[in-house]
Design a protein around this ligand. Structure first.
Ligand SMILES: [Zn+2]
Length: 115
């Protein structure tokens, strides 16, 4: 049973708020990103990035999902993947400093190729 990061009392992992002190236990931040305007085949698609800031390690993740517009009022997720905080930090470094070497790059490519 996880504990509230604020008061330390036991809480159910599904609860968004601690019932004892009302501290949020699972915070989700969401941003949408438009596709490249000059790549016509991707018009109507978008990238949703959801960042979960929970108290437990498995709750803290960044989830990427590719959405496709299916009508003027609805969209559906085509694919999604979640990465942990260490990978999210590596991605952030890659985006901010693309020319800098990114550690573990070769190891990850080998893992993906073999797995
Ligand atoms: Zn609490």
């Amino acid at each position: 049973m996880p504990e509230c990061a604020s008061c330390g009392r036991s809480i159910d992992p599904r609860w968004r708020y601690c019932p004892w002190c009302a501290t949020p236990q699972r915070i989700k931040l969401v941003e949408f990103f438009r596709p490249h305007p000059l790549i016509e085949s991707e018009a109507g698609k978008g990238l949703r990035v959801s960042r979960y800031l929970g108290a437990a390690d498995q709750e803290r993740q960044v989830r990427f999902s590719v959405w496709r517009e299916v009508s003027s009022s609805s969209a559906e997720a085509e694919s999604a993947v979640s990465i942990d905080e260490a990978e999210a930090e590596r991605l952030a470094r890659f985006l901010v400093h693309p020319a800098a070497p990114v550690e573990n790059e070769d190891e990850d490519e080998a893992t993906l190729a073999n797995g």
